[in-house]
Design a protein around this ligand. Structure first.
Ligand SMILES: Nc1nc2c(ncn2[C@@H]2O[C@H](COP(=O)(O)OP(=O)(O)OP(=O)(O)O)[C@@H](O)[C@H]2O)c(=O)[nH]1
Ligand SMILES: [Mg+2]
Length: 308
């Protein structure tokens, strides 16, 4: 054995940092986190307010551990549920080493974005500006937007990306890996996310609700995994309850002769089978429960703290 230390020895310092991914609803935060991890850790939909609680994902890049915290989009909260979502987003920013402000470049400087910037201005966490969805607009339009935003907050870095096509993401990972502080890894290297399987199942069902229903239904539905039963043949039986606020929403969700709920279940099951790498028997039960979004128990069930 030689005395020369091999790479990876104690003298080789590791890097690790917590990166909060924040922004207005629908900016593409979850798409970005999924793309950076190369897997699906957070659900995505064309509708705003898709993400309801913080999800941590771990990315290993060039010896650095990047702990990405996907957060709910920040907007003016009304319901108890919404207040808890927005609080979760801000809280994640406070314990991060760095915050990425993800902006839908096509939407530009909206009122929602404006108010987020004014709060970020007062925080001590360094912020990088991430202009997303650059595949949708002419690059010429990015410069005035960058200038307008940088006038209000001096961002440490400005990046232009497309979370959808992957444009600019390799460079972003390189920059993040060299920016995060030296220190030991916070999570095992093969950890992907902190989302328990029961929550994952509920989220995948909710994603299909978001994708397959419209208007008031998606935001007045919540999903909880009631039962998780391992079968001897290696498959799993998962029972989820979907709560909606009104009888009319329940009717829409179930659909004509149960067609809608069947399709939601079919797609969610297919996706879960791929993610869990096993056969899944998925049972969905729709319950009408008016005012669930003001109920402490429901809010806690989806992993949010009740903030009153
Ligand atoms: N064309 C294009 N679409 C994108 C891009 N990034 C995200 N999207 C789309 O934008 C929509 C919203 O994406 P999400 O990732 O759910 O947005 P989010 O910021 O997590 O939204 P909330 O969880 O509601 O706060 C989805 O339809 C995505 O497919 C992008 O770079 N280009
Ligand atoms: Mg999201």
């Amino acid at each position: 054995m030689s005395d020369i230390p091999e790479s990876g020895g104690p003298e080789e310092q590791t890097r690790c940092g917590i990166i909060a991914v924040v922004g207005a609803p629908n900016a593409g935060k979850s798409t970005l986190v999924n793309r950076l991890t190369g897997s699906k850790v957070s659900i995505v939909s064309p509708k705003p307010q898709t993400t309801r609680f913080r999800i941590r994902a771990v990315v290993m890049h060039k010896g650095a551990q990047l702990v990405l915290a996907d957060t709910p989009g920040i907007f003016s909260p009304r319901r108890r549920l919404d207040r808890a979502m927005v609080a979760a987003a801000w809280e994640s920013t406070q314990d991060a080493d760095l915050a990425l402000l993800v902006v839908d470049a096509r939407a530009g400087l909206t009122e929602a974005l404006q108010s987020i910037v004014s709060v970020l201005k007062r925080s001590k966490v360094p912020v990088w500006l991430v202009l997303n969805k650059t595949d949708l607009i002419d690059t010429k339009r990015l410069l005035p937007l960058t200038a307008a935003l940088n006038e209000q907050l001096s961002f440490a870095e400005t990046l232009m990306i497309s979370a959808e096509t992957g444009d600019g993401l390799e460079r972003m990972l390189d920059m993040l890996a060299s920016h995060v502080p030296q220190g030991p890894y916070l999570f095992p290297e093969d950890d992907l996310s902190d989302l328990p399987d029961r929550m994952l199942a509920a989220e995948i069902v909710r994603e299909q609700i978001l994708r397959q229903t419209h208007e008031e239904v998606p935001h007045h539905a919540t999903v909880e995994t009631e039962q998780w039963e391992e079968r001897r043949d290696g498959s799993v039986r998962i029972d989820c309850t979907i709560y909606v606020g009104r009888a009319s929403q329940k009717a829409i969700l179930i659909g004509d002769k149960g067609a809608k709920i069947k399709e939601i279940g079919r797609r969610a099951r297919t996706e879960l089978e791929a993610l869990l790498e096993r056969r899944v028997h998925l049972f969905l039960n729709v319950k009408e429960r008016s005012g669930w979004d003001e109920e402490r128990a429901r809010i806690r069930a989806i992993g949010l703290e009740d903030i009153g």
